[in-house]
Ligand binder design. Sequence first.
Ligand code: UT7
Length: 333
Amino acid sequence: MSKVRAVITGIGAYVPKYRLTNEELSTIVDTSDEWITKRIGIKERRILKPEEGKGITYLAQKAIENLRSKRDFDPLSIDAVIFATTTPDYVLPNSAALITYRLGLTNAFGFDLSAACSGFLYALEVGEAFITSGKYKKIMVIAGDVLSVVTDYQDRNTCPIFSDACGVVLLEGTTEETGIMDSILRSGGNSEEHLIMPGGGSVHPASHETVDQRMHYIWQDGKVVFKYAVTRMADTCEELAKRNNLPKDDIHWVVPHQANKRIIDAVADRMNIPLERVMINIDRYGNTSSGTIPLCLWEWEPKLHKGDNIILTAFGAGFTWGATYLKWGYDFA
Ligand code: UT7
């Protein structure tokens, strides 16, 4: 019997309408379009305005609408919803359960998965295991964040970077030579010292003091995170390509987490892959955490062909990082 693999059979995404440009940001903190463009590579990012009173599940539902406009499915056919996010609507209930209820996915169970910027890769891994176990046939993997709610707009070291978006893919089984071929995922390193949102968890539950001390925002030591991001992503991509006997010329696309254009350039350079084969949209959308990789795949979907070799790679708080090798499953109709 041929081996069953998990393959992406459809993709959707959504970004909020509001564009926060570098020019507008320069009126909020001491920065400039020139500095942000040169040091980070972002020109504008999308923000879910707080007055809309909506959270990540709003973006997810819009992304699912987008998916269904291209590849509709029977709500009763979905077995599970895995929602990678660090900015759920609430601590409880989980965001995946809200989606199963609102969309009438009455045969599905749903849970959130927290792995920061590596969330999409981790969720794909879990979804793949569900499919290849033979127990489940159709998994919805959602990945996205509303980072604007945990971004300190008084901190010029972080506020130009973070933004909001959500993507969704359907995972199904196939016996063809497509789908998720291999992956290397890791966690470790001292993120508490270098990349953390200290308030709101069980160590520092929300209080007047945590609010006064601005502990409900992401804090990072940018230079340290930068170095780790480059080496961890490049090393796992190298290892993955090597153990799958995948020469550089056979890699059609590298899809890196969009944290900083200089990080992307450095990873591509270390992998010796020309930038024409690297998906980059950080200039328009910024760093949307777990949303960046599905957002790239969604934008590039019309250009992808069945059988294309694609390497996804991410690094984020935790630290979490890794790389996933997949063969694209379909031609865009
Ligand atoms: O998604 C995963 C998590 N995050 C990341 O992967 C981010 C990784 N790190 C980075 O992307 C970069 O380290 C940053 C974009 C955060 C910072 O860039 P950098 O080139 O490492 O800047 P820096 O922290 O070394 O600061 C250089 C200078 C400093 O001024 P002085 O001390 O040289 O006078 C900063 O105060 O740039 C200054 N600076 C800014 N100037 C204008 C820092 N932020 C800004 C700003 N506008 N927004």
